[in-house]
Design a protein around this ligand. Sequence first.
Ligand code: IMP
Length: 431
Amino acid sequence: MANVVVVGAQWGDEGKGKIVDWLSERADVIARFQGGHNAGHTLVIDGQVYKLNALPSGVVRGGKLSVIGNGVVLDPWHLVGEIAKIREQGVEISAETLMIAENTPLILPFHGELDRAREEAAATGTKIGTTGRGIGPCYEDKVGRRAIRVADLADRATLEARVDRALTHHNALRAGLGLEPVDRDGLIAQLEEIAPEILQYAAPVWKVLTEKRKAGKRILFEGAQGSLLDIDFGTYPFVTSSNVIAGQAATGVGIGPGSVDYVLGIVKAYTTRVGAGPFPTELEDETGERLGTRGREFGTVTGRKRRCGWFDAALVRQTCAISGINGIALTKLDVLDGFETLKICVGYELDGERLDYLPTASDQQARCTPIYEEMPGWSESTEGARSWADLPANAIKYVRHIEELIDCPVALLSTSPERDDTILVTDPFAD
Ligand code: IMP
């Protein structure tokens, strides 16, 4: 039985929600392994729209186990609110269907405050454009060994000691930013109140997943954000604070790297990015506007307009290699319908030399200019296509050329937000 990791192969918002939902049907367990409620996954099932941030996409399908792994940072109040909303839509959630790793760090209100205060204080050009949800400050606390984790909620004395340790650090930081010290007793009271709501789902996830694997159950590892936002391999410092790439699936739940059988990269047929940072193929013109309007490119978490540009094959080839992507799901091909000519970036020119990858140094990234290949577009609609025969010849050529340039085959092709509007080439779960 195969276990599949799904990762975004660009800057996030590649359309993972639909693909993960499509694969969820074939999986027994769906596990989130990084990120937090900075993610926004929209699922459309039988015309009903579900919006998820922290919950794994599998929760909307009955009979599956959804797992929040230790690689995630969890805002307990947000999670409880999200569970309440999804229950109102008729979805059942219980300790049988949802598990949270006991070693998951908690996002507390002061993390969000710090995130926002830092962004406000940052000079123009240095703002990251975070979602303001405390993701970065919480990961900092995890690595700084002062995080409060799910298991700490079970014991008052431990909780107090952990809060005191965290506040020694945070109150000093807050003073520097002109923020009031945190109300320690108020925070402990808030945590004690939310504790039973979270603890009912707490479990040794590594153990449960090992047992599931031995029993031949299929696990789907659901990534959030995209590889170019990875803390190590992304466009640093304009990145998120977790490892987003496929290697994180193992450490983010506590399962061996050999447990992963297939890595599926989600790739949009053009490129978008929310927040600040380098974006070599960005189009700040009518064409970019057209992509944004046709693709409805607005952030699901912050509502911000996404920056849009041509497909960057050099970057996707890079992220396919870093995550060991076996096949891609190409999404939103229909957004390109009606363009007379399409451009694909195949490399960069840097100081008179040609590069086939984006260099790491920021100053070099800024000086890189894309080298484009042009392809004829198509006037026919590809929306809702369910077989290759439904696609115009030039659309097929575009897809085939992308495969060649990124050195990775297309496993799935998505042609609308509806789950059945998908062309299947390779089933990632096939034995
Ligand atoms: P943070 O993850 O809130 O710290 O934000 C860091 C960067 O990652 C910002 O540029 C955000 O816009 C971006 N980001 C975080 N989550 C997502 C996502 O789910 N999709 C796209 N961009 C994201």
